[in-house]
Write a protein that binds this ligand. Structure first.
Ligand SMILES: *Cc1c(COP(=O)(O)O)cnc(C)c1O
Length: 330
């Protein structure tokens, strides 16, 4: 496999730790719950986009680009980490964010400004077009922009999660644990595509279950074709003959609630549960929704007591501060 030969820019220390969540496991009296701590990737408050950005920036530098351009919601973790990573790589960063700027920037938006990103606000409907417009405008000014799609979810970024899955397989070997299921938040698809491909390559036999955070985030159509395209692009890039089909992706759409970035009771309860039982923080948009979904599946008996479930913490904790008003009272 060509993974070691692909251009890569070092952003964080790997492997990230695996922790046994003993108190949570005891509380729910269900399967043993472990957590893979990709919230602890050591750059700009951490998260899953760091792994994708190592390969995206690797390519940007190889192509002698000088500016990263990407897009997302106003509390996008991907945009915040792109801004941080750009600094480490000595690149400029432009962000196209949909939403109305608040009077006082908070959460990820505050961090975007601290990392010195140039921010272009727009409406959600015009975001994707605006992303390429900004790239074009920079080019006209003589800059060399490298445009990264929403979530860094293309075949290049997704390679970061193929690598992550191989990392996990080795780590579980060392710890003598076998996960029956891996559960995580899925949205633009690069993480899930990489994990599913990595599972095939690394011989992981358990379920790789994405809890959908926003069914339409990856586009208006159904999600599995998007995942298949990203995964098979990554496989080709890696020189692997493996190809995935839509049935290789395990998805749950039961926890979409009021929609993207609209956390409710499920999310706030999961945040409190993990904070009070493990001292671990979740983000309201992604990881709290996925954790809330996983705990609900445990309560419903979807996993048996003798099984092991690994929650892949994909980060997003800075989002918490943008919902501070929701946590102010008991
Ligand atoms: C982006 C993100 C995800 C989803 O990853 P995708 O590769 O876009 O599916 C999950 N959790 C957090 C915290 C994220 O920022």
């Amino acid at each position: 496999m060509k993974l070691d030969n692909l251009p890569r820019f070092h952003l964080a220390e790997f492997p990230t730790p695996i922790h046994y969540l003993e108190t949570l496991t005891k509380k729910y009296q269900g399967p043993a719950v472990y957590m893979k701590r990709d919230d602890l990737t050591s750059l700009g408050m951490g998260g899953n986009k760091t792994r994708k950005l190592e390969f995206l920036i690797g390519e940007a530098l190889e192509q002698k680009k000088d500016t990263l351009v990407t897009a997302g919601g106003i509390q996008s973790n991907h945009c915040r980490l792109t801004a941080a990573a750009a600094r480490k790589a000595g690149l400029d960063c432009h962000l196209v964010l949909n939403g109305t700027p608040p009077e006082i920037p908070n959460g990820n938006l505050l961090l975007d400004t601290l990392f010195g990103a140039k921010i272009h606000f727009c409406d959600r409907a015009e975001r994707d077009e605006r992303l390429f417009q900004v790239g074009g405008e920079l080019e006209e000014k003589g800059k060399k922009p490298y445009v990264i799609p929403v979530g860094g979810s293309n075949s290049i970024g997704s390679v970061g999660y193929v690598d992550a899955m191989l990392e996990l397989v080795n780590q579980m070997d060392d710890l003598s644990i076998t996960a029956d299921s891996i559960v995580f938040a899925t949205s633009s698809g690069g993480t899930q595509a990489g994990l599913a491909l990595g599972a095939k390559i690394g011989g992981f036999k358990g379920d790789v279950l994405g809890i959908s955070i926003d069914q339409v985030q990856a586009g208006p159509g159904p999600f599995p074709p998007v995942l298949t395209e990203i995964a098979n692009g990554a496989a080709a890039r890696l020189g692997s003959d493996i190809r995935l089909t839509e049935s290789d992706f395990s998805l749950n759409y039961d926890y979409l609630g009021a929609g993207y970035a609209m956390p409710g009771e499920l999310e706030f309860n999961a945040i409190q549960d993990l904070a009070l039982h493990e001292g671990i923080l979740l983000g309201p948009v992604y990881t709290a929704r996925a954790m809330g979904g996983m705990l609900d599946l445990i309560k419903k008996g979807n996993f048996t007591k003798d099984q092991t479930v690994l929650f892949w913490h994909t980060g997003g904790t800075p989002e918490l501060f943008a919902w501070a008003d929701k946590f102010g009272q008991d």
